[in-house]
Design a protein around this ligand. Structure first.
Ligand SMILES: O=C(O)CCC(=O)C(=O)O
Length: 266
């Protein structure tokens, strides 16, 4: 492994996340931006919980396209972007497999995303999943950048406990406290840079408090090619050439949080 990858991997292993600059070209970014502005009006697109773009009140629910790579080859190509694949392979230490895409529009006034760990939903085994999170707009605390709890990637998956208060203003979160000595920090990421984070890292985002700035982000989720199973919601799985991989089972165990929970989209 070259020095560049070794440094990245060390940062990732220490913090649970790392930012890599300029993996997408300006042409890619303009392509993503233009595509998703049209996609939100296209009758086929699937948004959060099966709704259309117009049906979502951003103060109540995330305005996000779910799995656009299942409907568009362009979105599939961004999921499989060769420069992203190279970083994923260095971080996983194995070839990545693509399992999910999302596009958050997060318009002015939109709610935040509750604190969570992705592998609570993906149930990737035996190793956790990874996200590549690429904003199309500069992100900061005002428009609801991602917040992460550094070091929390070494924790187990935190399971819901009944009767506990929700965490601050992030809502929708079953995570009501953080591991001892650990606190969330904002991670402002500029347009076109990519934040990679592991499936155990606790993260979420604040509301978009601006009146005039979107916080749009293209997100890919991945598992590694030694994965034995992942929640049913993330099939079909593709390798980085776009071929469907059928050897990874659909998880039916319920995961670490109990029987009957088969994961979910998040
Ligand atoms: O972009 C956000 O606000 C949240 C994204 C997220 O939670 C994820 O990609 O797992």
């Amino acid at each position: 492994m070259g020095n560049q990858w070794q440094d990245l991997r060390e940062t990732f292993e220490t913090q649970g996340f790392v930012i890599v600059d300029n993996l997408f070209s300006e042409d890619d970014l303009t392509g993503i931006e233009t595509f998703f502005e049209e996609y939100k009006r296209c009758g086929q697109a699937v948004f959060d919980k099966g709704t259309t773009f117009e049906e979502i009140d951003p103060r109540e629910r995330q305005v996000r396209a779910m799995h656009p790579h299942r409907y568009s080859q362009k979105a599939m190509n961004w999921l499989l972007h060769p420069s992203v694949a190279e970083v994923l392979e260095a971080l996983f230490g194995r070839a990545p497999l693509g399992v999910q895409t999302m596009y958050y529009y997060k318009p002015p006034g939109a709610k935040g995303q509750g604190m969570h760990q992705d592998n609570f939903y993906l149930l990737a085994k035996p190793h956790a999943c990874m996200a590549a999170w690429t904003p199309i707009d500069d992100t900061d605390t005002e428009n609801g950048c991602l917040c992460v709890v550094p070091g929390s990637h070494r924790e187990e998956i935190l399971c819901p406990e009944t009767g506990k208060a929700k965490w601050r203003n992030y809502e929708d979160s079953h995570i009501t406290g953080f591991p001892s000595g650990k606190e969330p920090i904002p991670v402002p990421v500029k347009r076109g840079h990519t934040l990679f984070f592991g499936g155990q890292l606790i993260h979420g985002s604040g509301p978009n408090r601006t009146t005039d700035r979107y916080r749009r982000t293209f997100i890919g989720h991945y598992i590694d090619d030694a994965s034995e199973s992942v929640s049913n919601y993330y099939h079909p799985i593709v390798n980085m050439s776009g071929e469907v991989v059928s050897r990874v089972a659909a998880d039916t165990s319920g995961g670490p949080c109990g029987d009957g929970f088969g994961g979910g989209v998040h």
